[in-house]
Design a protein around this ligand. Structure first.
Ligand code: TXE
Length: 485
């Protein structure tokens, strides 16, 4: 049986815990590794090491930091296949996705922020007989806390901007997907990152709470559920930590009658079935105009029926296994509630029988039609391959209903009418709004939610503000304006 340890100060370190937890393959149910959790002693060691790492790393110049990140990006790309296979074993997602997206998007992120490292700057403000300049300074030790759906990508999205800005990071993996962030730590060490500048600890919410409760941690960046986000915010308040929160969503896709139907169906499928539906930005509420509703639904069902569900290691597989048995039961529970509350099941709606992988957590891509806004499946985040299709008849109604939720992560719309596209994009209460596409997240674009879906942004230049603090320096060129002469 494999064993996975915490990665502290440039090496794997044995835990003081006398118990381990299982790492389970979602596609088979097989336990393939034992993971050593980080308790008080390990979290303390990781933070102390990060404080040392911070001293060395923040003293390096921007171009030097950029070179380390560039080298790490190259190593990530060289190990793409190996890391993708590990990601599949942890998450159950199809290998074709992991190879094309997960590691590559992490490497994109490292490259982007490698460039950013040497562009950090303040401004100079002229003021009569004085001048003021501002400095962008790192925060110190940051904590990154990851979810299980995009483990290595999330670790890159958090660590790359943090490191580019001169911070150190202690990253806590999700207890269900601990493997690849530890590999990222190895890669950073190989690339020349000082020991301690990026440490990885494993464990569940208790390990996360040790990090968020520690006053030596200056900032927390969480990807997780809204419930966890609220707990982390409360803990962070105790020592007024900076926070970035990427939380859940229940996003709307609005398909207007002039839409390119084939493209709109492609986007709806991508935004519901990619990664088995375990994506926070997914457009799980698809609002389709009355005039095209039936044609849209027919096309959607016809194409969704052809999706290949099965062994994630098979390169032909398009829909893999859900993260855990408990999560699959939860998703099946939502499907049952959809049926009970009167939604019309068009497709799927059950576990998928994938033969030899009977121990896996497979659910068929599921489409519900005739949905109403009050149904549980329309209100709550399911985080599985379950799409709700709703009808609408005019623009105002679609916008009002799309916005009638506490979530505000993302939204999408399909129309060929330019004025309507921009008008509706402006009115949708969502941190990201896609026009005539869905779920495209280039590293250059800020990523973050409105309302209860989040605080702050990852990616793009916006991330710099979240990993630096601004200092104003006032320089007097004349006399002190002292009234006591
Ligand atoms: O989340 P959890 P999960 C959301 C989405 C989905 C959920 C799935 O809403 O339902 O995340 O991920 C740690 N103090 N998104 O089930 O349980 C926990 O150990 C500190 C949104 O993993 O909230 C894990 O590492 N940490 C999204 C992490 O928090 C705590 C993308 C998240 O756990 C803690 C992906 C505590 N008290 C998923 N309790 C986006 N917006 O980008 C738990 N944790």
């Amino acid at each position: 049986m494999e064993r996975l340890q915490n990665y502290i100060h440039g090496r794997y370190a044995a835990s003081t815990a006398n118990a381990t937890f299982d790492n389970v393959n979602p596609a088979t149910g097989e336990v393939f590794a034992q993971v050593e959790p980080a308790l008080e002693a390990e979290v303390d060691a990781a933070i102390r090491s990060a404080e040392q790492g911070f001293q060395r790393w923040s003293a390096m110049s921007g171009p030097e930091r950029g070179r380390v990140l560039h080298t790490a990006a190259r190593l990530l790309r060289e190990r793409n296949r190996e890391l993708a296979l590990l990601e599949v074993r942890d998450t159950g997602k199809p290998i074709q996705e992991a190879e094309a997206v997960d590691v590559a998007s992490g490497a994109d992120c490292l490259e982007y922020f490698a460039g950013v490292a040497s562009t950090l700057r303040g401004e100079q403000i002229a003021l009569g007989s004085a001048f003021v300049y501002t400095r962008r300074e790192p925060l110190g030790v940051c904590a990154g806390i990851g979810a299980w759906n995009y483990p290595i990508q999330i670790a890159c999205w958090k660590s790359a901007p943090a490191l580019a800005c001169g911070n150190a990071m202690v990253f806590k993996t999700s207890d269900m997907t601990p493997t690849t962030a530890a590999k990222l730590a190895e890669i950073y060490t190989e690339a020349g990152l000082p020991d301690g500048a990026f440490n990885v600890v494993h464990g569940d919410g208790r390990t996360g709470a040790l990090l968020t409760g520690d006053p030596r941690v200056a900032k927390v960046s969480l990807t997780g559920s809204i419930g966890t986000g609220k707990k982390v915010l409360a803990a962070a308040a105790q020592s007024v930590k900076r926070v970035t929160m990427e939380l859940g969503g229940k996003s709307a896709l609005i398909v207007f009658p002039d839409a390119d139907l084939h493209q709109a169906v492609s986007a709806a499928m991508l935004g519901n079935f990619y990664t088995q539906g375990e994506i926070c930005t997914n457009c799980t509420r698809v609002f389709v105009h009355d005039d095209i509703h039936d044609r849209f639904l027919d096309l959607l069902a016809e194409r969704t029926k052809k999706l290949r569900v099965g062994d994630p290691l098979d390169p032909e597989t398009q829909v893999g296994a859900l993260i855990s048995r408990a999560h699959m039961e939860r998703v099946l529970g939502y499907i049952a509630s959809g049926k009970a509350e009167g939604a019309r099941l068009v497709l799927g709606g059950a576990r998928a029988d994938v033969g030899p992988q009977a121990g896996g957590n497979f659910v068929l891509p599921t489409i519900f039609a005739d949905c109403t806004d009050d149904m549980t499946i329309v209100r709550e985040e399911i985080f599985g391959p379950v799409m709700s299709v709703l009808r609408f008849s005019d623009e105002d109604e679609a916008v009002r209903r799309a916005n009638a939720t506490r979530f505000g992560l993302a939204a999408g719309l399909f129309t060929r009418d330019l004025a309507r596209a921009h008008r509706v994009a402006a009115r949708l209460e969502a941190g990201i709004c896609w026009v005539n596409t869905y779920n495209v997240t280039p590293i250059e674009m800020p990523f973050g939610g409105m309302k209860e879906s989040g605080v702050g942004h990852e990616n793009g230049q916006a991330a710099i503000e979240h990993y630096t603090q601004l200092k104003s320096v006032f320089v007097e060129l004349g006399d002190v304006p002292c009234p006591y002469e």
